[in-house]
Design a protein. Structure first.
Length: 137
């Protein structure tokens, strides 16, 4: 009986530690975006995910879920790594508040080829990387 109680306690703890699927946001390109904590969110792309698709999903989440303006900067909080919210092999973490996330912003150019911590784009710039949604008749 003691083992059953312990197993139930562990299962309950794990269930509360994992993100609720209802909390996940689906970007128009199919990427999932999950909150990691109050300051950081994680983009989990379909497949390995192109750089442009990941920035696109980050901008869409910042705009639609966090209410960020078009000029708000979206910062890389952690480069490509295993997802902490889903366990998938590829994800990138972002923030719109680098101070709260504990990262130092990097000043740089407009062309992004990867995900360096502190690098950023405005919501508008990242949204410009989104592919148009096809219109079907």
């Amino acid at each position: 009986m003691k083992h059953i109680v312990t197993a139930c306690t562990v299962a309950a703890a794990l269930a509360t530690a994992l993100p609720n699927p209802a909390d996940a946001f689906s970007a128009r390109n199919g990427a999932r975006v999950n909150p990691v904590n109050a300051a950081i969110f994680e983009v989990v792309p379909r497949g390995s995910g192109r750089t442009s698709d990941i920035w696109c999903a980050a901008s869409e989440y910042a705009r639609r879920q966090l209410g960020a303006g078009w000029k708000t900067r979206v910062y890389v909080a952690r480069g490509r790594d295993v997802s902490v919210t889903t366990g998938r092999r590829s994800s990138v973490q972002f923030t719109i508040d680098p101070q709260a996330a504990g990262i130092s912003p990097i000043e740089g150019g407009l062309f992004k080829t990867g995900f360096t911590v502190g690098d950023s784009m405005s919501v508008s710039q990242a949204d410009g990387l989104c592919e148009p949604v096809p219109i079907r008749f």
